[in-house]
Design a protein around this ligand. Sequence first.
Ligand code: C2E
Ligand code: MG
Ligand code: MG
Length: 311
Amino acid sequence: HSTTGMSVATLVKAVEAGAELIDTSISSMSMGPGHSPTESLVSMSYVRYSQRHRERMNRLLFIDSSLMKTGLREELRPVFHPIVDMRTGLIGGFEALTRWECSGHGNIPPDEFIPLAEENGVIIEIGWFIMEQALDALADDGALGDGKWFVSVNVSPLQFLEVDFVETLERLVETKLVDRGRLKIEITESAISSMEETFWKTSRLLLERGFRFAIDDFGTGQSSLSRLSGFNFDTIKIDRSFVTDIASSERNVKLVRSIMGLSSSLGSIAIAEGIETVEQRDILLAEGCLSAQGYLYYKPLSIEAMRTVLS
Ligand code: C2E
Ligand code: MG
Ligand code: MG
C-alpha cells in the first residue's frame, strides 16, 4: 500500500476547504442571473460530489482516531487463511490476517484500516499483535495436521525497520518455543522496491537465523531483478489482480507464465492469491502453479475453525 505522506488530518482539512469552495461557488451560481436548468444540474452533482467526499473524509478521520485509542488490541482478532496444494486440496499453511471489530461500529475491513495504520504508525502494534497470535497458533496447535504447516505473517516496512525488530522476534519465538522455520515473513513487493540498506542487512540477519520470507502481491511492485537477486525469499505470492480475470485474459496468462518462470528459476514456491473458480485453478495448474489461497477452497478461518480443519 502506498501512502502519500500527508496526514489524515491535513487531508481532511484540504478536502473540507475544497468542498467549502465548491459550496460557495454553487450558491453564488444559483443566486446569480442567467440561472439555467443545466447549471442547476451541474450544481446538484457538485453538491453530491462534495457530500460524498465529506462522508469519506469523516470516515477516514474516524478510523484514524479509533486506531489510536487505548484498548485497540482487545478489539483485534486473528483469522487464518489456508494455503492449499491445488493437486490434492491439502493444506500446506495459513496466512494470519487481522480483523478489527470496532466497538459500536462493527467490522472495519483491513483494506480500510491498514493503509491508515501504516500512516499513523499503529501498524507496528497491529503487526506485533498478529505475530504473537500466529506464533501462539503454531505453539498450541503445532502438532495438529502433519505438523509441518507454516504460518505466514504480513510485516509492514515500518515494523520491519524498527531497530529492535530482530531481537523482539527472536524473544517471541524463543519464549513460545516454536520452530522458526515454520514462520514466513510476508513483505509486499512494493515495499521491497522502496527499501534502503537497513532492509537488506536485517533480512540477511533473519535468514542467517533461520527465518523465511515470502514476497506478497507479486507483480504489483516495481522491484528490479537486481533487487530480487539480493533477497533470499522462498515464496512468491502472485497478486490476486492477475488471477481474477485469468480465464478471460490471455495477457494475464502470459504474465503469470513469466512470474512462474522467474519463481522456478530462483527455486521459490509460487502461491496464487484469490482463486475463486475451478477454471482459474485449472489454468494455474497448467502453468505449473501448485499452491493457492482463495475462496474456492476456504475463506479465512477463526482459530477454532482452523483447529477443526487440521484435526
Ligand atoms: P494480503 O496480505 O495480500 O492478504 C490476502 C487478502 O486477500 C486477504 O484479505 C484475503 O482474505 C484476500 N483473499 C484471499 N483469497 C481471496 C479470494 O478468493 N477472493 C477474495 N475476494 N479475497 C481473497 P484481507 O484479510 O481483507 O486483507 C487485505 C490486505 O490487508 C492484506 O492483503 C494485507 O495487505 C493487509 N493486512 C491484513 N491483515 C494484516 C496484518 O495483520 N498486517 C499487515 N501489515 N497487513 C495486513
Ligand atoms: Mg499477505
Ligand atoms: Mg497479497
